[in-house]
Structure formats: structure tokens, C-alpha cells
Design a protein around this ligand. Sequence first.
Ligand SMILES: [Zn+2]
Ligand SMILES: [Zn+2]
Length: 155
Amino acid sequence: MATGYNGTPFGLTNCNEGGCKRCNDNVHQGIDLDKCLCLHAEESAVMEAGRPRCIGGTIYTTSFPCQLCTKMIIQAGIVRIVYNKNYDSYLSKEMLAMTNIQIVCCNPETGTIKITQNRDRNSPSQLLEDVISQKTTGNGLDLPSNFTSPMKLKR
Ligand SMILES: [Zn+2]
Ligand SMILES: [Zn+2]
């Protein structure tokens, strides 16, 4: 298991201490990313774990991953993305549509999960369901019976 957060690389002034001008200027989401010194939480977590420990794993992320993080997630061999907030990245969606990565939107506030991409890994071309909505019960996630992978980012 590994964790990551948005921020500047090790040794640099932290983003919340003014380390990244772009982020401290309150630039709109997705704008001027080429001027950002920060690593995204997803890329930090993937680097922390390394590909061998990511293969077959699940990544939990606050927002739907950006284009760069999506590339890393795919390359790392992660098989499921669970996210909370939408992030409009056409290229992320386009790339993920070419994979068998399961995509789950989880809303802890309403206790709902929505599977937005779920393909049969044994027959890559077959899209099983476009959208499954399910209400969760209790505190934990009540995942559908077709969830087979481990819940944590681990081997
Ligand atoms: Zn930044
Ligand atoms: Zn990202």
C-alpha cells in the first residue's frame, strides 16, 4: 500500500508555504499545468509503490485522474480507479476507454458508488455494463459481488 498527496517534490519548499507559484496564484483547475512544480497525489503514490506493487491494484483518488496521472496509472498496471470528484479530462477518459481498468465513482456523503466502466478482463472487447449504481450500507463500501481485486493498493 502507498499514499500520495499533491505537492512539490521532496526538498523543495512546500506548495502551502509558497513553493509553487502557479498553485498559490489560485489558477483555475487544469490551467498552466506546465508551470506547476507539484506532483499529483496519484503520481506520488504510483512512484512510491513502484510498478511491481501496483500491478493488479486499486488506486483511491480524490478527483478523477488528469491526463498525466492516467498514463502513469495505466502503465503501472493498476486495474481499478476509485474516485470521488469529477475532473474533466477528455484525454483521460479516452485513454481509459482503451483499457480494462474498472472505474468507480464513490460518494461517501450519499453512500453511493457508481461503476462507470467495467469490462470483462477475459474478453477485453466486451463492455459488461455501462453504469451500475448501488447504494452502500453501513460505514464501509459495500461493493458489488463482481469486485474481485483486493481493495488496497497491494500485491
Ligand atoms: Zn503547483
Ligand atoms: Zn494528475
